[in-house]
Write a protein that binds this ligand. Structure first.
Ligand SMILES: *Cc1c(COP(=O)(O)O)cnc(C)c1O
Length: 219
């Protein structure tokens, strides 16, 4: 079941975007099953859950933190996390840099951009993202790289609206990616979930985060 769905989605994505299997709330056995089916990228939204699952899976798994990250929790994932999708402040970036240095790593990060018209506490406005990318403080963060943007579209059946939100994020990605600084190396645009990943890919996503379409709904 899971294996088939993963294969279908990966065939559909082909070389346009890569699949992150979102495994939050799901037991390790299910992650192993996805791994056996060829899945190597897993997305979790909670630090503790990811830190518990990580040692129970093979070393070639890439771990993507897709949920809000508190500065005091960075230390639990800095030694292994592949990509942090949810950076929304300079303070967080500075802490990621500090913890990455302790592990002798450079951690790739995305800025989370607020694109939906729903009430949410998380994400930067386009203006805030631009200001952050131009902040002088970024010059002294050798252990992080900002490799792109992430966004969540409005949860609605109105596909035109979702498409416009993704399109706006792609335009911002193209604009901000031109800023020339060593820390900025844009190559990833993380957008699209179970209900809207096809639209996201059509609008330029490089990483889709798909959970329920593979693993069933979460309770
Ligand atoms: C849970 C989650 C997803 C996956 O959602 P599905 O609708 O189950 O595919 C994607 N992105 C983020 C940030 C999430 O928290």
């Amino acid at each position: 079941m899971i294996a088939n769905t993963i294969r279908l989605i990966e065939r559909e994505l082909h070389d346009k975007a890569r699949l992150i299997a979102v495994t939050k709330t799901k037991p390790v056995e299910l992650l192993r099953e996805a791994y056996e089916a060829g899945c190597r990228r897993f997305g979790e939204n909670k630090v503790q859950e990811m830190a518990e699952k990580q040692p129970q899976l093979p070393n070639d798994v890439q771990w993507h933190l897709i949920g809000h990250l508190q500065t005091n929790k960075v230390k639990y994932i800095a030694s292994f996390v592949t990509l942090i999708h949810s950076v929304d402040s300079l303070k967080l970036l500075q802490e990621i840099n500090k913890q990455a240095a302790k592990s002798n790593r450079v951690i790739d990060c995305l800025l989370q951009i607020y694109i939906a018209d729903e009430e949410t506490k998380f994400g930067l406005s386009p203006e805030e993202a631009e200001a952050l990318l131009n902040a002088p403080e970024l010059d002294v963060l050798p252990n992080v790289r900002i490799v792109g943007l992430m966004g969540l579209a409005t949860n609605t059946d109105d596909t035109d609206k979702v498409r416009l939100e993704f399109r706006g994020l792609k335009e911002l990605y193209d604009k901000l990616g031109q800023i020339k600084r060593p820390i900025i190396q844009f190559s990833e645009l993380s957008m699209g979930m179970s209900g809207d990943y096809r639209i996201a890919v059509e609008e330029g996503s490089t990483l889709v985060r798909v959970g329920s379409a593979i693993f069933g709904s979460r309770n």
